[in-house]
Design a protein around this ligand. Structure first.
Ligand code: NDP
Length: 453
């Protein structure tokens, strides 16, 4: 049977574009890609990239405060959100253009519209055209989840943050994960009064407990009104457009805006997947094996739509591995072990490997930990502290987990991740000479365990 294309990719985000480019440029495949919104996907258009630029914007505020302690005479007029947003929009358009050009230069034919699956080898475009393909890749990502009770009440998700016309004076953020904590710090840093409700006992569930407590303390100290074991019960839209929120403690408070950061769900609705026989999980994610292949041999899926690890670099690896396997003659499984990640709070939190609790389940551990005011902070009489922690297997001396809360922690963890991935031992860390004076040197200077159990 002849097909219109060798590969049809649905979704122009990180995973889809990588797979399309590699299949076309290195695998010699005839590739088409459909994207219904903007090329670049969540990461580039309404996720990692604009978020990180907002992190930089907020960081300048804190840096200016510190600069005064270093002798700078400053007079600051305040933050101009509209000016920043205009630059942000330009930058995202530039990046969108690069994504589009890179794919097109690799020979990928882009359809700027929605595509749905018709059968294991056929997709339909919104304009009615249908194409056949030997392989179809679902890379449609995820979408913010808002609990049903609060849908349609004018609340925001991360999608809308970057589109705000003006910064609110006050905001209520619901959730305690990556997005809630990052936006709490960013918006607070830009001058917004931030209240954050988290339903559990401590934010950043799944991360190491010491890291979680440290980040929570830092966020509270910098002015985020973080309320744990607190959830939103009801919302009322006031005549002036503001919100009255009632929490589980019975309190009623008013906020300009409400932002839900309560997780993301796989983007599989209305894609024709189930009708075509593709099996989905209970959460609506496309079920795939280690090769990113679904139960239908010609249909594959990568990235957030599979709900494995919702991180851009993971989606890129999955997309690349798929293209290598199917079109490059290099069977490759995406490696999901020891994936480092960072939460861009202020200070940043970054982690690779096991938490102390996870490691203890495997056996006896030694925990090395330090917390201190960095030189730069101490000079400015700031109170913020950095934290470094290593979780080490007591038997093998192997470093099982590394957890850092510090300015630049995300940059540091990338290198620590190489060592941890290589199976470095604590002795390997110890015999590495420190780079002085830095914060990161602490990672090789922790001599005595804080505890062993
Ligand atoms: P997360 O899964 O990280 O966090 C969701 C939060 O919402 C949790 O605190 C969860 O609580 C809470 N929650 C879920 N449902 C409800 C509900 N019905 N009512 C109240 N609270 C609720 O999701 P995010 O939305 O923060 O981010 C999605 C994913 O995107 C992340 O998991 C991450 O993989 C990725 N991401 C990565 C970033 C990075 O690398 N820096 C940045 C942003 C996102 P509980 O813990 O109790 O379940």
């Amino acid at each position: 049977m002849t097909f219109d294309y060798d590969l049809f990719v649905i979704g122009g985000g990180s995973g889809g574009v990588r797979a399309a480019r590699i299949a076309a440029s290195e695998g010699g495949a005839r590739v088409a890609l459909a994207e219904e919104y903007r090329m670049g996907g969540t990461c580039v258009i309404r996720g990692c990239v604009p978020k990180k630029l907002m992190v930089f914007a907020a960081g300048h505020g804190a840096a200016m405060d510190e600069a005064r302690a270093y002798g700078w005479q400053l007079s600051v007029q305040g933050f101009d959100w509209r000016a920043f947003r205009a630059r942000l929009d330009d930058e995202l358009s530039r990046l969108e253009g690069i994504y589009t050009r890179n794919a097109e230069n690799a020979g990928v034919e882009i359809h700027h519209q929605r595509a749905t699956l018709i059968d294991p080898h056929t997709v339909a475009l919104a304009d009615g055209r249908q194409f056949t393909a030997r392989h179809i890749l679902i890379a449609t990502g995820g979408t913010p989840f808002v609990p049903e009770a609060f849908e349609g009440q004018g609340v925001m998700t991360s999608n809308e943050v970057f589109l705000m016309e003006d910064l609110p004076r006050s905001i209520l953020i619901i959730g305690g994960g990556f997005i809630a904590c990052e936006f709490a710090c960013v918006l607070q840093g830009l001058g917004v009064e931030v209240t954050q409700f988290y339903r559990g006992a401590q934010i950043l569930r799944g991360f190491d407990d010491d890291l979680r407590h440290h980040v929570a303390a830092e966020m509270s100290a910098q002015g985020v009104a973080l309320e744990v074991s607190t959830d939103l019960v009801s919302l009322e839209r006031l005549p002036d457009g503001r919100f009255a929120a009632v929490d589980t403690g019975g309190g009623r408070r008013e906020f300009d805006r409400v932002l839900f950061a309560t997780g993301r769900t796989p983007n599989t609705q209305g894609l024709g997947l189930e009708e075509a026989g593709v099996v989905l999980s209970e959460s609506g994610a496309v079920k795939v094996d280690d090769w990113s292949q679904t139960n239908i041999p010609s249909v594959f899926a990568v990235g957030d739509v599979t709900d494995r690890i919702q991180l851009t670099p993971v989606a890129i690896r999955e997309g690349h591995a798929f293209a290598d396997t199917v079109f490059g003659g290099k069977p490759t499984k995406a490696d999901h072990a020891l994936v480092a990640s960072a939460v861009f709070t202020r200070p940043e939190a970054a982690t690779v490997g096991l938490t102390e609790d996870e490691a203890r389940e495997l056996g006896r551990v030694k925990v090395f930990m330090t917390s201190f005011r960095a030189m730069q902070t101490a000079f400015a009489e700031g109170t913020s502290k950095a934290m470094f922690k290593l979780v080490v297997c007591a038997q093998s001396d192997r470093v099982l987990g590394c957890h850092i809360v510090a300015p630049g922690a995300a940059e540091m963890i990338q290198f620590a991740a190489i060592a941890v991935k290589m199976g470095a031992t604590k002795a390997d860390f110890d015999r590495t000479v420190a780079v002085h004076p830095t914060m990161a040197e602490e990672i090789v200077l922790m001599r005595n365990p804080a505890r062993e159990h």
